[in-house]
Design a protein around this ligand. Structure first.
Ligand code: GLU
Length: 456
């Protein structure tokens, strides 16, 4: 089948990438980053992003996890141009397998798991790498096993030579396939393992670049040989490395396996999570963005370092707050609970409240500072004296300055002695949004009541 040419090569270019999760668990932050990098790369180049559900492992794949993958990607804002499931494409893998069989690239093996395990421990005892010994290629041995009626599993016969590619993240990578075991493509029960279906799909779906975790680097060497054995030019590759946390192994494992669902339940902004995952491990600063499109525009594999990206929850928290501080009302209004109570003023209120948010869910509490009821805290007689000086409405941002100036002139209070009692009376709290902006929204009636010590 003709393949789309990879971006960056001469002639027409089509960038087509795929995110290929196995529905055997929830998407964790590391997978989510892989999905995002694929998506950003596709958008940057006006290409396509496909979602491929790798569910050939029938025993471990579930519909629930598959549904959760769709939900989590949607939450993050990543839409896909097409999706498919490997379980529905088995005939394609059989066809690819028969081609490899016909061209002599695969061979049947009959060792049991226990026999293979024994071989590996013998090699380990001699301090040799656990590479499969190709005993099944010996005709006499093979005949003996066949006579015993054993069912074969099938291995791909690696070339045992150097495979080279220019990785978009790691630069030139060279792996000698003599250092690897021939990969098993089909199990004795006839089930396909991941290696061949992935290549068959990448060819069939005209994938231009495979963007995935660095744990697949060795697979890539074998898969490049399989692409070629199937008569296809291998796609481009980018292997991104990833590590949770900056601490030791255990912490790193725990953080790296945090699920996206946990972040959502924790009330984090999808855009903050996306900006964080897009920027860590790159030469760009971790700063908030208003849209995924901005992140796509800035995306470049050249900015991604070879060193693992560290996921640090405290940094994500900080970015979440910074993201809220720049998000326009339109981006949050459907999720804000205060919608009905403030018709017409929603945007104004949002702009006043957002600099004080660390989670969107805090907005409801902050809104109460405006709509009430607030239980004022009255210290001394300043509030009562200030009440007498409240100007008439209409109020704007200048009203606060004019009013407090008059209060200061009348009472002699200045600085903290002036502003602190007024904040306590108006908001019932030590800290909060800027009073000059809050005042016009609170309005004269509620302001007066609070200054008089009444809940309003
Ligand atoms: N299902 C594989 C995984 O989740 C896909 C790897 C790939 O992108 O090829 O690791």
């Amino acid at each position: 089948m003709a393949r789309a040419r990879a971006a960056g090569e001469s002639g027409m270019t089509t960038t087509r990438v795929r995110f290929a999760p196995s529905p055997t668990g929830l998407l964790h932050v590391g997978n989510a980053r892989t999905a995002l990098l694929n998506w950003l790369f596709a958008k940057k180049h006006g290409g396509q992003f496909l979602l491929r559900i790798d569910d050939t492992d029938a025993a471990r794949s579930t519909k629930e996890f598959e549904t959760a993958i769709y939900r989590d990607l949607e939450w993050l804002g990543l839409s896909w141009d097409a999706s498919d499931r490997q379980a529905g494409r088995l005939a394609k893998y059989s066809a690819a397998f028969y081609r490899l069989q016909a061209s002599g690239h695969v061979y049947p093996c009959y060792e049991t798991e226990a026999e293979l395990e024994r071989q590996r421990s013998l090699l380990a005892a001699r301090k040799l790498p656990p590479i499969y010994n190709r005993a099944a290629l010996d005709p006499a041995t093979r005949q003996k096993w066949e006579a015993e009626g054993r069912d074969p599993h099938w291995r791909f016969k690696l070339s045992r030579s150097k495979v080279r590619w220019t990785d978009l993240v790691r630069g030139t990578v060279e792996i000698d396939t003599a250092t690897m075991s021939d990969p098993v493509l089909v199990r004795a029960d006839g089930a396909f393992l991941y290696t061949l279906p992935s290549v068959a799909d990448d060819i069939d779906m005209a994938i231009s670049h495979v963007v995935r975790g660095e744990d697949h680097v060795t697979n890539t060497a074998a898969q490049i040989e399989i692409f070629r054995a199937l008569g296809a030019e291998p796609p481009g590759f980018a292997h991104c490395s990833w590590r949770g946390g900056a601490g030791g192994e255990a912490l790193s494992k725990r953080l790296g396996s945090l699920s996206l669902a946990q972040l959502r339940d924790d009330g984090l902004e999808p855009l903050a999570v996306a900006a964080y995952l897009a920027k860590i491990g790159t030469s760009d600063a971790v700063e908030p963005r208003q849209t995924l499109g901005e992140l796509a525009g800035e995306f470049d594999f050249g900015k991604i370092g070879r060193a693992p990206a560290h996921f640090v929850p405290e940094e994500l928290d900080l970015l979440n707050a910074k993201t809220l501080h720049i998000l326009p009302y339109a981006a949050v209004k459907d999720r804000l609970r205060f919608h009905d109570e403030v018709i017409g003023q929603g945007e104004e209120i949002w702009n006043v409240l957002r600099p004080n948010l660390t989670r969107l869910s805090d907005a409801g509490d902050l809104l109460k500072l405006i709509t009430g009821p607030v239980t004022p805290l009255i210290e001394g007689d300043l509030a009562a004296r200030a009440a007498a000086l409240l100007p008439p409405e209409p109020w704007d941002e200048a009203s606060w300055g004019a009013w407090t100036k008059a209060v200061s002139a009348q009472t002699g209070a200045k600085g903290k002695a002036l502003f602190h009692p007024l904040r306590l009376a108006l908001t019932g709290a030590e800290h909060g949004p800027e009073l000059k902006k809050l005042l016009p929204l609170i309005g004269r009636a509620r302001t007066l009541a609070r200054l008089e010590g009444k809940s309003a």
